[in-house]
Structures are given as structure tokens and as C-alpha cells.
Design a protein around this ligand. Structure first.
Ligand code: ACM
Length: 541
């Protein structure tokens, strides 16, 4: 039996023989690991049809436990002909060990209905394993396209399967506001719906003439946070300000530069010029919003966005210029610094840390602020050298919305091609950092922007299997060799098949993975080749 685990563990020693699960197999766990035991049972009962009952003490059992010689998140998994022992330095470690245990079983174990005729055996093995980075993340944009709660929970399961630890949840955008805020009901009544969505990219993009929207109630949010927490995944919410805020302005025009202007929740994609005004009342509005966010999310880290806020509207606006004079600002950049600084002070005073895109480095931020380096790795270097913690998510390496090949049939040719091998090569720590500076790199994350992912199916296509490669880049210590990864990934895809993940096959998209007639996806190979040549030339400029 070949063992193919993703992500690859630090150490694996194969033993002799195997352990077969059968109707007598029990799960033994101390009370502190009840949750982990229940998740193991829930994972295996449907496909195996085995009862896997609880027991206090049992022979030939799966025994879960904590072990003082292991670190937090570390686990040891021992399978012998006599039974299975999964030990962790903490519950997270045990949970990671369980994920490995599930991968040692046949891929059919991931099915949700009983599979007959499969031998549910685990190969004898000893694995000791721990993560390279604490922050093993995925950023999910549910604002451009809403992802129903059910699919968010499924996505969390897929993250857990790949031993990821942070869901950076991008909840607000120009195109939609996705979270209930009691004090400002129009954020969901108005800002969670748009009339229309852009389809395709480039000058020939069209609109679908179909409303799109949705939001999570507070009960939904609490459920998602608890579900993730049970799977040892931290949910870091992001409310993006002061750019990317047109949906909020549509709901509350007093947040905008011209309160007499009724804006729409934005239906197209891009960087929008209608940004928040810089009145004290606008900061106060967002302090209220963040108070409700802090109440909902136990995460010590709270996202404030800060990316892509154009300043031309501030320059042209008489009232904003007056505000600048009042505050003694000479450059519009100081407005953004002021705005983020106010929220930083508010959130930091409440014992949390702000988390923002690398634009937040342009101003003064709390020492505790965490920077997401997305415009390449420059932000990671600057932030770490200034003593800030960093999450590496460079667009040219881990933007999982970027197209997956130069294939003329690749759906929606966003930016440069990023193959599975490109993502696999991701290294979150910039080489030019000293050891002390490098210690500020908490890890990395893949970013899933959903302008062109109008359903969870499309998310599957863009995200998998690249997220599998990313998971190994942030989990596995030591050298990585794509040639060694490829056959393991091939075996791993059988698990994704069993779950029903509509990942991209190496041969390219399947017909149903392409939305027909989408502008930006030229209809002939020649047109597409010309389009891509132009894109590449633009990027090179
Ligand atoms: C970003 O991609 N605008 C963070």
C-alpha cells in the first residue's frame, strides 16, 4: 500500500502489516478530546458503516490522547497491527493527526454514503509531524459573490483536511456587504444586494441582468466561527475600509463624498473611486460596526482592509480639502493614515490586533498590527524589518483567482498564469530577512477573490488543487520537490473526487467548467492567444 499524504508529514516510518477497522473497533479519548473523537466518528461512520463506538478502554482501538513531549499543533500517529494511537501536544495536534489518519484510509472513506467491498485498513506506520507556520491561511472573498453558509462550512472542512489554520473572511466590498450589523440594518437590507453583475473581463465584458446578493445573520456567523473553531481554524473577519466601500455608501449615503448622491451597490469589478468620506462621523460609524464585529468574532486579529483606496475623489472634493486643512494634512495619503489609525486605536484598545493589506504600512500603525503582503513580497520585507508580524500572500505566487495556465480555453484569464507547481514553490519567508526579522513571518495564505467565481463550483475549480500545493508550502518543513509531490497529489485527487470537489484537472477545464460566451474568454484559440499575449505584454510593462 503506497502512502500518499498531503501535506507531507515531517517524518514517516513505515511498519509491517496493517490495522483493519471493523465492527468491534472503538474510539477511546479523554473528555478533553471529546470534540475531536466525535469528528473522527462523524467522518468515518457514513462511508464505512461501522459503529466506531466510544469506549473507556479497549483493545484494537483508535486511542486519542495528549502527550507532554509534543508541542502545540504537533502530533504522533502510530498504526500497528494491534491498534491506532493519535497523540497531540494539544487538541489541535490531535485533530491534525486525525486528518492524517483519514488520509491513510482508502479515498472512499471520504464518501458520505456507505461504500461496500472496501477493506478499511490502515497501513502500519509511525508519523511525527508539526506545522512549519502557525498561519496557514485562505482568504475567501464572499463579497464579490456571496457564498451560502452551507458552502462556507464545506470550505472549512476542505481547509481542515489540508491542515490549514486561518480563514481570512473578506466580508465587505463595493459589490456587497455580507454581515448583519444591528445598529445599521441598511447594510444588509440595501448593501447586500446588487441589481446586476459583470460577466467576463476586459472591454467586452457584459452584465447578467440578474440580482445577486445574500448575507450572514449573526447566528450564521456564530455557527461558522464555532464550526471552524472545532476544526482548529481561526476565523479572521475583514471589513474593508476606506476603499472598496461603495456598498456601504449605497446603504448610507452620508458615508460618501456626496451625501445627496444615491450610489448603487457596484455591479462591475475594479478599483472604485467612490470611497468613504473622512468625516469624524464616518469613523464613528465604523467604530460601531467593529464593536459588533469584535462581539461576534473571538479572533485576537481583526481585518481592516486598507487596500486600493484611490485618492483622486478626495483631491477633487472641497469638503475633504477643508478637513485636510483643519487637521493640518498636506497630502491625501494622510487621510487614509488617519482613518486606519483611528480604527487601529479603537480595536487595539479593546485588546485585539489589526490586520491589513500592505497599504497600511504607508502610515503609522500599532506595533501589534499584522500586515498581509499582497503586492509581491515587498510589504513582507518592509513590515518585518519594522517589527510587524506578516502574512505572506504575494499576488504573483498565491492569488488563486489567477488563471491556471496559458491554455486558450482557461476560463476568465485573470492576470498571470499560476500553475500548481508555481504555488507549490511558494516560500513565505523572504530570503533577505535576518533570523529575527524572519520570525515576524507568521506564515502564508492563498487569496480567493471571487469577481469571476459566481458559484462554489467555480471556487472549487480555481482553488483546487492549487490549495493542496499551498497547504504543503505552509505546513511541511524542509525541501520541497514538485516531482515528488505530483504523484502524491494524484492520489490525493481521489479524495477530492470522493468529496465532490470540482477541481481543475491537469488537462484543463472540463466543458461544464467554462461559462459559454463569456467576454474575456475569446471563442477561438487564435483570439485567446492574442488576448493572452496582450495581457502578458501589459504585465511586463
Ligand atoms: C488586494 O488584492 N486588493 C488585496
Amino acid at each position: 500500500m503506497t502512502i500518499s499524504l498531503v501535506p507531507r508529514p515531517s517524518s514517516l516510518v513505515e511498519g509491517t502489516g496493517s490495522f483493519a477497522l471493523d465492527a468491534r473497533t472503538r474510539v477511546v479519548a479523554p473528555e478533553a478530546l471529546d470534540g475531536e473523537a466525535a469528528l473522527l466518528q462523524a467522518a468515518l461512520r457514513p462511508s464505512t458503516g461501522l459503529p466506531l463506538k466510544d469506549a473507556d478502554l479497549a483493545d484494537r482501538a483508535i486511542v486519542l490522547g495528549l502527550a507532554a513531549d509534543l508541542r502545540a499543533s504537533e502530533y504522533r500517529l502510530e498504526v500497528t497491527v494491534d491498534g491506532v494511537v493519535v497523540q497531540g501536544g494539544d487538541a489541535a495536534g490531535v485533530f491534525h493527526g486525525i486528518q492524517t489518519l483519514l488520509q491513510l484510509l482508502p479515498a472512499e472513506s471520504y464518501r458520505r454514503a456507505r461504500v461496500e467491498g472496501v477493506a478499511w485498513t490502515l497501513p502500519a506506520v509511525t508519523i511525527v509531524d508539526a506545522p512549519k507556520f502557525g498561519w496557514r491561511g485562505a482568504m475567501l472573498d464572499v463579497a464579490r459573490h456571496f457564498m451560502p453558509k452551507h458552502d462556507v462550512l464545506r470550505f472549512i472542512d476542505l481547509m481542515a483536511m489540508h491542515k490549514l489554520s486561518v480563514l481570512h473572511w473578506h466580508l465587505t466590498e463595493d459589490q456587497g456587504w455580507r454581515i448583519e450589523i444591528d445598529k445599521y440594518p441598511r447594510l444588509t437590507e440595501v448593501a447586500s444586494w446588487r441589481k446586476n453583475s459583470q460577466v467576463g473581463a476586459g472591454p467586452d465584458a457584459t452584465f447578467d441582468n440578474r440580482p445577486h446578493g445574500g448575507f450572514y445573520t449573526k447566528a450564521d456567523i456564530r455557527e461558522v466561527v464555532a464550526y471552524a473553531s472545532a476544526r482548529h481554524i481561526q476565523v479572521v473577519p475583514e471589513i474593508d475600509v476606506p476603499g472598496h466601500s461603495q456598498a456601504a455608501i449605497a446603504a448610507y449615503p452620508e458615508l460618501g463624498l456626496d451625501p445627496s448622491k444615491q450610489l448603487d451597490v457596484y455591479p462591475a469589478w475594479g478599483i472604485i473611486h467612490d470611497v468613504l468620506n473622512m468625516e469624524q462621523s464616518t469613523v464613528d460609524f465604523y467604530k460601531d460596526v467593529f464593536d459588533e464585529i469584535l462581539d461576534l468574532f473571538p479572533s485576537p486579529i481583526i481585518g481592516v482592509g486598507g487596500d486600493e483606496c484611490p485618492r483622486d475623489a478626495w483631491k477633487a472634493d472641497a469638503r475633504t480639502q477643508e478637513i485636510m486643512r483643519e487637521r493640518g494634512f498636506t497630502d491625501e495619503a494622510e487621510l487614509q493614515t488617519w482613518f486606519i489609525g483611528e480604527l487601529d486605536a479603537h480595536i487595539t484598545a479593546k485588546g485585539r490586533r489589526i490586520y491589513g493589506w500592505d497599504e497600511i504600512l504607508e502610515g503609522e500603525i500599532s506595533e501589534s498590527a499584522i500586515v498581509a503582503s499582497w503586492r509581491g513580497m515587498t510589504g513582507a520585507v518592509t513590515a518585518a524589518k519594522r517589527g510587524h508580524d506578516v502574512v505572506a500572500c504575494p499576488d504573483d505566487q498565491v492569488y488563486l483567482d489567477y488563471r491556471q495556465s496559458t491554455d486558450p480555453d482557461e476560463p476568465i484569464p485573470v492576470s498571470i498564469p499560476l500553475t500548481v507547481a508555481d504555488v507549490y514553490a511558494f516560500e513565505p519567508v523572504p530570503a533577505q530577512l535576518t533570523a529575527d526579522e524572519a520570525a515576524h513571518v507568521l506564515g502564508g495564505q492563498g487569496n480567493i477573490w471571487t469577481e469571476h467565481m459566481d458559484s462554489p463550483r467555480t471556487v472549487d475549480y480555481l482553488v483546487f488543487p492549487r490549495l493542496c500545493a499551498l497547504a504543503e508550502a505552509v505546513w511541511t518543513e524542509g525541501d520541497r520537490d514538485f516531482a515528488e509531490f505530483e504523484p502524491r497529489l494524484e492520489a490525493h485527487l481521489a479524495r477530492l473526487d470522493a468529496i465532490g470537489v470540482e477541481y481543475r484537472k491537469a488537462s484543463g477545464p472540463l466543458p461544464w467548467q467554462m461559462r459559454p460566451g463569456v467576454p474575456g474568454r475569446p471563442s477561438t484559440r487564435e483570439e485567446r492567444a492574442a488576448f493572452i499575449a496582450e495581457l502578458v505584454a501589459n504585465i511586463a510593462e
